[in-house]
Design a protein around this ligand. Structure first.
Ligand code: URA
Length: 237
């Protein structure tokens, strides 16, 4: 059980600055369980809290864990330069809450991207010590050969890496389609591994992280959802 003043509750949920949140409350735009509260000092129990702000329901969450089906042509970086940032695909509250991508997908890569405002969670998920398998579908420019599959499984040497990197699994899914499972998350890893093995990745999609799949989440391109504990549990290796 924990109580917070109503202005702090709103601010913690990303509704804006403390000043703006106080104004929202004083203007009568905030209700709890159907009752308008216009005193921003009101102490509110946050467990199980459902706010209504501008007639829209908002479930209080101390931290948010989000899965996004990232479309192509969105950047994961904090300061996107050539394409819009992935945060533009989420409600504005998440930008105020400083939600960030967990790791990165290239601007032209599509698929499952985790996002959160929980620093330790982001750090733990991005740690190189963590061996959570990530499943990618890579479209190749040249036809897939058995030699390519064997090379990716045996390991390829990338510039700046101390040792060869190998796929955990690599299955041919079509003449130009490979399903690759990686446990590391090095910069441009799939594309660089394919290049080092003498092919070229012309399109890349991530369908799964640990036991969490885009298919099970039922997300379409550009859509997002909150992740609950049972889904977060699927991310451990
Ligand atoms: N590997 C890449 O090359 N790019 C990505 O976006 C993800 C993995």
């Amino acid at each position: 059980m924990s109580k917070l003043s109503l202005d702090r509750v709103l601010q913690s949920q990303g509704f804006g600055t403390r000043k703006y949140c106080r104004a929202l409350i004083e203007d009568g735009d905030v209700a709890i369980h159907g009752e308008v509260h216009d005193n921003y000092k009101t102490a509110v129990e946050t467990d199980g809290l459902v706010l209504t702000v501008f007639d829209e329901e908002w479930v209080y969450r101390e931290r948010v864990y989000i899965a996004l089906y990232k479309p192509a042509n969105f950047e994961c970086s904090r300061k996107p330069s050539h394409h819009p940032g992935v945060l533009t695909l989420l409600p504005e509250q998440f930008t105020w809450r400083e939600v960030q991508p967990v790791g990165r997908l290239d601007h032209d890569t599509t698929g499952l991207l985790l996002m959160s405002d929980d620093g330790p969670f982001i750090h733990a998920q991005s740690s190189p010590k963590r061996h959570v398998p990530k499943v990618y579908q890579a479209t190749t420019q040249e036809p897939v050969t058995q030699a390519l599959v064997d090379q990716l499984l045996a390991g390829v040497q990338l510039i700046d890496e101390p040792a060869p990197l190998a796929a955990v699994s690599c299955i041919q899914r079509g003449e130009h389609l490979l399903e690759i499972v990686l446990e590391q998350g090095k910069y441009h890893q799939v594309k660089r591994m394919l290049a080092a093995a003498g092919n070229h990745c012309s399109a890349l999609h991530r369908s799964q992280i640990g036991g969490l799949t885009l298919e099970a989440l039922g997300l379409k391109e550009g859509e997002w959802c909150f992740l609950e504990q049972a889904q977060l549990d699927l991310l451990v290796s």
